[in-house]
Design a protein around this ligand. Structure first.
Ligand SMILES: NC(=O)CC[C@H](N)C(=O)O
Length: 387
């Protein structure tokens, strides 16, 4: 989706952002100079831009930062959530002129340019965010340098770009080869993690709890999953429209059938929703940021959580549902808009959340979910030993 010139020498070049509804914002090139297309979404996180940029779930999205100053702490080698930047474009208001942090190795502008990521700065990101909030997420193009042309010509190119609805993207971001993240300290459990666009912190959070994580490609079959003799199976976050994820849904159904402890995050929650027979739908502008209030209805506690989702599960909030795998309920709900943020089976050891308990970036309020997964595996293991 991106054609660009590497190097930030031309960073003062004029740039233009064109939304598919014809609204235009002008600014200056930030990062690589060239052109790019994607779905325009906004993130309200005031910190954690490296984690945002490298989260594979942002593949094919142009991220607008509501925080007005971006790049202040530069770029370090520790915080990326994957091997590269995945956003297809980046929109900021006021970039740092002089990054400063003890871990910083280079500037964000330079990093975006080196990775060929086209961005734009000097945009009134508050006006742009309000527009997306009122009109909904939509396709967008950013053009700078020689790519700038008359607005009507750019608009027709934006309207030719693919949208997010119906996009099947997991295989474009997931690992091609299986790999193992070893347990830290004493190994207690083995987990098969189906990579649909996994963030690096997720297997790390499991490893911290004595779990050896076998990360498997998105195309992994039921046989591949059980070949690692897992105590639990995990389905990761990932980009795209969950209504296209037929293969992981069928693998998950087999896991539910066998009663292996199961945990899903984000895309994994949507896949559990589909496996249970619920629908998924596109939210008007989604949840992206690190300060979203979610209630755990199993305890009544409210947690402040990290989000990045544009779709949601359509399940009833006010009743227990009968599904092919027994009774299921909505375990977590977003207090801003009552969107389903978690699912739990009552007759099988399976649950999932729509948000990001691995918290990279974000508050650690939801870390207990990894403990819940661990105790679920422990309980099933103990029952197996007794049987
Ligand atoms: N972070 C995720 O896993 C996102 C899931 C899905 N792509 C969505 O936008 O809702």
């Amino acid at each position: 989706m991106t054609t660009s010139t590497r190097g930030s020498a031309a960073k003062a070049a004029p740039a233009v952002l064109v939304l598919e509804d014809g609204r235009v914002f002008r600014g200056r090139a930030y990062g690589a100079v060239g052109e790019t297309f994607g779905e325009a979404v906004f993130s309200t996180g005031m910190t954690g831009y490296q984690e945002t940029l490298t989260d594979p779930s942002y593949h094919r999205q142009v991220v607008v930062m509501t925080a007005p100053h971006v790049g202040n702490t530069g770029v370090n080698d520790e915080d990326p959530e994957s091997g590269r930047i995945w956003v297809s474009g980046y929109v900021v208001r006021d970039p740092a002129r002089l990054p400063s942090n003890w871990r910083s190795r280079r500037g964000l502008d330079e990093e975006l340019a080196d990775q060929g990521v086209v961005g734009i700065s000097g945009v009134d990101t508050r006006a742009l965010t309000r527009h997306l909030r009122e009109s909904g997420a939509m396709r967008v193009g950013i053009f700078s340098g020689e790519a700038v042309a008359d607005d009507a010509a750019l608009l027709s190119r934006v309207r030719e770009a693919p949208g997010m609805t119906g996009a099947d993207l997991s295989q474009e971001v997931a690992t091609k080869e299986a790999y193992v993240v070893p347990a830290i300290g004493q190994k207690r459990f083995t987990v098969a993690a189906v990579d649909l666009g996994i963030k690096g912190m997720t297997p790390h959070r499991m490893a911290e709890r004595g779990i050896e994580v076998h990360v498997l490609p998105a195309t992994a079959t039921v046989e591949d999953v059980y070949a690692v003799e897992p105590d639990g199976v995990f389905f990761s976050n990932g980009p795209g429209d969950p209504s296209t994820a037929d293969h992981p849904v069928s693998v998950m159904r087999a896991v539910l059938e066998r009663g292996t402890p199961l945990f899903g995050i984000c895309f994994g929650n949507q896949i559990l929703g589909r496996a249970l027979g619920f629908g998924t739908f596109k939210l008007k502008y989604g949840h992206r940021g690190i300060n979203q209030p979610v209630q755990d209805r199993t305890t009544g506690k409210v947690e402040v959580t990290a989000h990045n989702h544009g779709f949601a599960v359509d399940a009833p909030l006010d009743k227990v549902s009968d599904t092919p795998f027994g009774r299921a309920e909505v375990s977590h709900v977003c207090l801003n808009d009552q969107v389903v943020e978690g699912l739990r089976l009552l007759d099988k050891p399976a649950f999932s959340v729509q948000y990001h308990p691995e918290a990279a970036a974000g508050p650690h309020d939801a870390a207990y979910l990894f403990d819940r997964f661990t105790s679920l595996m422990n309980t099933v293991l103990m029952e197996g030993q007794r049987a």
